[in-house]
Design a protein around this ligand. Structure first.
Ligand SMILES: [Zn+2]
Ligand SMILES: [Zn+2]
Length: 304
């Protein structure tokens, strides 16, 4: 699996995940032309999109979902309440709308998708986990607290996009009205840097290859503060993930997550056999280099 955060923040959010030439997009808070521009920067072709997952109906996640669904002739998936709220904002229906039941995994193309209930001031809110053969990606932005079920599902992931929305001191000192500060800090608002860091420290493990810090406020945070909090969270912990900061304006690099070698077939049509040496290899690889080295392993290591 590989993924890219096309943009993240109050001006728009979208995550692209791809496996075997088939993609899932989580949210599209951008116009269709802006989405296409961002995807093109990373060489991602919208024709590969198999489905769109919608987290909630706020405009920074929903703005371009309808246009993208119709342009790519793909379905929009979400909870019944989120779909109803989002569709009511559209002038035309989605190409198709599919209901997800929280906690019940669903297959979309090569992905197994699990939706979990979040905690946010929308009619409903989904946190998503995408799984393929040997890689998993969780996306958790727009949540005021981390529900226990989300924490459990995120333990053991290969990669995660986590919310690091605000620095509490900057929010306190900032110009936002009191009601808005309360909303942001509240249990149905957004995670601060330190709450995001606490979440990260709870899910850090040797197999966690990459974490992207997302939904960073332009007014109440700075990327370097979010990054410092995240680094503090993983220092001395069991894992040492690569940490990327998602920007409002520029897509992250394409991030490759390890793919299970057993899913590959050798030239004679046999599945490669996992060996202890290969497993040890895997654990020491930085995210992004895994696939390249996996290709390099000579055929002698593959039992016919
Ligand atoms: Zn929201
Ligand atoms: Zn948002």
């Amino acid at each position: 699996m590989r993924f890219c955060v096309l943009g993240s923040g109050s001006s728009g959010n979208s995550v692209w995940a791809e496996e075997a030439g088939s993609a899932i997009v989580v949210d599209n808070g951008f116009t269709l032309s802006d989405f296409r521009r961002r995807a093109a920067i990373r060489g991602l072709a919208p024709g590969r999109i198999a489905g769109i997952l919608l987290t909630h109906e706020h405009v920074d996640h929903q703005r371009g979902v309808g246009h993208l669904s119709r342009a790519c002739r793909c379905a929009v998936y979400s909870s019944p309440d989120t779909l109803e709220a989002a569709v009511s904002r559209e002038e035309r229906p989605y190409h198709a709308a599919m209901k997800l039941v929280p906690g019940n995994p669903m297959r979309i193309g090569p992905f197994e998708v699990t939706a979990l209930a979040g905690s946010h001031d929308s009619v409903d809110c989904q946190i998503y986990v995408l799984r393929t053969g040997g890689a998993s990606l969780g996306i958790a932005t727009d949540l005021g607290v981390v529900p226990e079920a989300v924490l459990r599902e995120f333990e053991g992931l290969s990669a995660a996009v986590l919310e690091f929305n605000h620095d509490p001191d900057m929010l306190d000192r900032g110009r936002y009205p009191i009601f808005l500060k309360r909303r942001i800090r509240g249990p149905r608002g957004h995670l601060s840097n330190w709450e995001g860091a606490e979440f990260l420290s709870r899910i850090n493990h040797p197999g966690l290859k990459c974490v992207v810090l997302g939904h960073i406020s332009r007014n109440n945070n700075r990327p370097e503060l979010a990054l410092a909090a995240a680094r503090t969270a993983v220092t001395g912990g069991p894992g040492d993930p690569r940490i990327e900061v998602a920007s409002h304006d520029v897509p992250t690099p394409i991030i490759e997550i390890w793919r299970r070698l057993a899913a590959r077939r050798n030239a004679r049509g046999n599945a490669p056999v996992s060996t202890p040496r290969r497993a040890a290899f895997r654990e020491t690889l930085p995210c992004g280099d895994a696939l390249i080295i996996a290709w390099w392993i000579p055929p002698l290591m593959v039992r016919p």
